[in-house]
Design a protein around this ligand. Sequence first.
Ligand code: MLT
Length: 411
Amino acid sequence: MAKINDNYLKLKAGYLFPEIARRVNVFAEANPEAKIIRLGIGDVTEPLPEACRTAMIHAVEEMGDRATFKGYGPEQGYAWLREKIASHDFQSRGCDIDASEIFISDGSKCDTGNILDIFGKDNRIAVTDPVYPVYVDTNVMAGHTGEANEKGEYGGLVYLPVTAENNFTAEIPTQKVDLIYLCFPNNPTGATATREHLQAWVNYAKANNSIIFFDAAYEAYITDPDLPHSIYEIEGARDCAIEFRSFSKNAGFTGTRCALTVVPKTLKAKAADGSDVELWKLWNRRQSTKFNGVSYIVQRGAEAIYSEAGKSQIDALVNFYLENAKIIRTQLTAAGIEVYGGVNAPYVWVKTPHGLSSWDFFDKLLQVCNVVGTPGSGFGAAGEGYFRISAFNSRENVEEAMKRIVEKFKV
Ligand code: MLT
């Protein structure tokens, strides 16, 4: 009989967001009249920018004409998109990143999991706690961990607690780790990293020959000019970091799918025989074998983000969600509820009121206010007692949700 990958049996229950959806569906079926407002999953609600739509419509027309029709594109993405990204997102900020180091993909969630294909099994891996669950679950699936304990912590992973005491930015470990996941602006806490903090991580990684997986999916939400948008703004990062980015949260591509991963050609890791191997070559080999690229139409849509019209349209989108975040912060703070994040980030990290556990608050909020958020404990043991509220929704829904929460949970 065929055998399964037993590592999947180590995974805790369902992936967080489907589990939330399951609970919400049960509630909705039992309460069909309830007007549920979903501020749980960080999924965008506002329509695609006009510049992207126009470019995609044009690309569809090109696909309908034999003279301009496109079959398979380059597995790494079209050069015209990679060049625009290199110049607008990296070189303009002083980052020494070449277009050939940028790989276009269908999502940074996928890539943060897929990247493990090119790494061995004996790495010591550090994640923050709380953390975006994909980093942990993909390591469990790949057999990089032991079993989970009763708190949901997997054997073999190094957990770096992020709490209000350390401003939700992890302390640099005193022990040696080989792979480190960092996410700034952070999902779920909405925390940001200063240049000094990232420099400390780069210094650590270089001193320990570690690789940083830097998830910058929310970089567009940074409005503070002093905060770095890319790890490559930090000296030395080319030698120790892979960066993941996405068009999901700036241009509303969650359903359209387009993202990118940067693997500098200077980045190396060890083979079993002790030799140094360029990670770019391995990732290029992996993508060429397992991936056929993002559709031409979608890449043309992504390219339009870098036009003058596209830039101002995505700025407007990001500012819209940032204003939602501000409303959430202001209203909850005024109601005596402790909040973090939500500035330079689309997530507000809320201390659950009245000492409720994360899931108890989730259930109460759903039942009493018909509002959905994400329990902090779903992101890790140190998230217990916290709750994430996403700013991705219409203004009307955000205002209505805050009104309901403040009314029922004022401290
Ligand atoms: C989240 O809610 O954390 C998001 O859905 C993350 C993602 O984009 O996968």
